[in-house]
Design a protein around this ligand. Structure first.
Ligand SMILES: C[S@@+](CC[C@H](N)C(=O)[O-])C[C@H]1O[C@@H](n2cnc3c(N)ncnc32)[C@H](O)[C@@H]1O
Length: 508
């Protein structure tokens, strides 16, 4: 059926959905939304959209029914296996040794229960914990999936990542279905609940040791994400852990957590108020993405020394050329209207302009002192310091920045450059990986990690990262290339990737 509503009507519908359920729908989903709206108006015998929206505002049952049409219930046992390794080896291990009190875990947006039951199976297999009180709670908006979770019967498809010994231990085959054993089922309590509702009984201050909130925020509006994360932060005990889906991060959302990186995966630890431990190092990856241990540098044919040196040499060459060719022109464009010299200006855009022309020292002078400056200015300052060879200062600037904003992808990248220069290539690679996780569209850490791996003769990693860098560079934000590209243009950086990729056996 072709359903037509005016776009302002659909916009109102979308606003109510975002407000009540947290869910965000792009313009491309308008037709789908129109179909759902039409179906719900028919089911509730409402002829006008205004009447339907009033019904939605007051009727909990209609909200539940609508949620069933709008949510994505996709899930399976042991989804994102690395999270469960971290849960077992870090969280459960820590808690079983602490032996202090009950262990409380929330699976928020639990869908049909596979996530919560996966946790229950691991907890049950952890002998020490079995003796403690354990609470595992699953909460979801959609009543149909909660009913399915309570049943505890699953298809083979839900078990696609479940090891056979776990399947044999905890399930019983019933026709073409797998039925969970009673001891596991009884460990989890499920309830219908809306994460958008601040008064939901499942939110309890400082109550949980672990919250799984995976593959839920990706469907939410930015405002909804902010609100839910505030409630999550409030409900986690200090030192408690938060697992998000692989495509979700807290970057730009909360400073209430430390980022952890172990078992090849990322997750978060709720900060205590006085806890400002240096980020990343405390939860450093036990397995680097590059070869272990990092081999001494080979002598690659093209790139000598570290990446910063390469950038600087290239910058000097470019600066020489541009000075010869267009000094008068560039001075003219930079002449400030006030007549002050660029060195005394505190205008970030002027600093960016100078940076673009590889006039790094001048860019540095143009920036305000870091104590009074915003995060962006400090980052710019760190880049300018790194590019003028003041690496110790650049590192200090980054550390201070990360102390305030631990999830700043740019600062992690500059930190990677500084640490490479200081000879700590493992830590350098770690910061690149953190930057990549925090901002999956950020090309430069891939390029840098690719070059690090190439020098360590880890060609598999080198090829993977250089290839990814090449793809990302093609659509990388222009201002980010300007800021982090070391004076290279987009084309030059892509060319660099291509050359490096070919030299380590990859197809460019
Ligand atoms: C894609 S599933 C994720 C299931 C599981 N966490 C996983 O990662 O496999 C998303 C679930 O979030 C639920 N959800 C969406 N909005 C919600 C809200 N406002 N409150 C509670 N649950 C919500 C949906 O009903 C759906 O079951």
């Amino acid at each position: 059926v072709k359903v037509s509503f005016e776009s302002r009507e659909l916009d109102r519908f979308r606003e109510v959905i975002a407000d009540r359920l947290g869910l965000r729908f792009e313009n491309s989903k308008q037709d789908e939304l129109a179909q759902i709206l039409f179906a719900r108006m028919k089911a509730t015998s409402r002829k006008e959209i205004g009447a339907y929206l009033s019904c939605l505002a007051t009727s909990r049952d209609e909200l539940r029914a609508l949620a069933g049409h709008l949510t994505v219930p996709e899930t399976y046992f042991f989804r994102t296996h690395d999270h469960f390794c971290a849960l077992t080896n870090i969280v459960l291990d820590e808690r079983s040794h602490a032996n202090s009190r009950e262990l409380r875990i929330l699976s928020a947006g639990c869908a049909s229960g596979e996530e919560a039951y996966s946790i229950a199976m691991l907890v049950r297999d952890c002998l020490e914990l079995r003796q403690n009180g354990v609470t595992i709670r699953g909460v979801d908006l959609n009543p149909a999936v909660i009913a399915k979770a309570r049943q505890g019967r699953y298809s083979e498809w839900s078990m696609r990542e479940t090891k056979s010994e776990i399947r044999d231990r905890h399930f019983r085959k019933q026709g073409d279905q797998f039925e969970l054993s009673e001891p596991i089922r009884s460990m989890v309590e499920f309830e219908e609940g809306n994460l958008m509702d601040p008064s939901g009984a499942f939110w309890q201050r400082g109550y949980y040791d672990v919250i799984f909130l995976r593959n839920v925020l990706m469907y939410f509006s930015p405002e909804a994400v902010q609100g839910v994360i505030e409630r999550v932060a409030d409900s986690l005990a200090p030192g408690g852990y938060l697992f998000l889906g692989p495509a979700e991060t807290l970057r730009g959302i909360s400073q209430g957590f430390h980022l952890c990186h172990t078992h090849n995966t990322f997750y978060y630890c709720r900060r205590a108020h006085d806890d400002d431990v240096m980020p990343v190092r405390r939860y450093m990856s036990s397995r680097s993405a590059t070869a272990e241990p990092l081999a001494p540098p080979a002598s690659p044919p093209e790139i000598q020394g570290d990446w910063l040196k390469t950038i600087r040499l290239a910058s000097e060459r470019i600066e020489d050329l541009t000075h010869k060719r267009g000094k008068s022109h560039r001075s003219a464009t930079l002449k400030p209207e006030t007549g002050r010299t660029p060195a005394r200006l505190t205008d970030v855009s002027v600093a960016m302009d100078l940076l673009q022309q590889e006039r790094f020292s001048e860019a540095l002078d143009a920036l305000p002192l870091e104590s009074a400056a915003s995060t962006d200015v400090r980052l710019l300052r760190a880049v300018a310091l790194a590019n003028t060879g003041k690496l110790a200062e650049a590192e200090t600037t980054c550390k201070l920045l990360l102390k305030e904003d631990e999830l700043n992808a740019g600062a992690h990248y500059v930190m990677a450059l500084c640490l490479e220069h200081a000879g700590d290539r493992r830590a350098s690679a770690e910061h690149d990986q953190v930057a990549m996780y925090l901002d999956p569209s950020f090309a430069m850490p891939h390029l840098h990690l690719g070059l690090l791996a190439r020098r360590a003769e880890d060609f598999v990693t080198a090829r993977r990262e250089l290839h990814q860098a090449m793809l990302l560079l093609a659509r990388e934000d222009a201002s980010r290339i300007l800021l982090f590209g070391g004076g290279f243009s987009r084309v030059a950086l892509i060319e660099l990737c291509r050359r490096e990729l070919t030299s380590c056996g990859g197809k460019a």
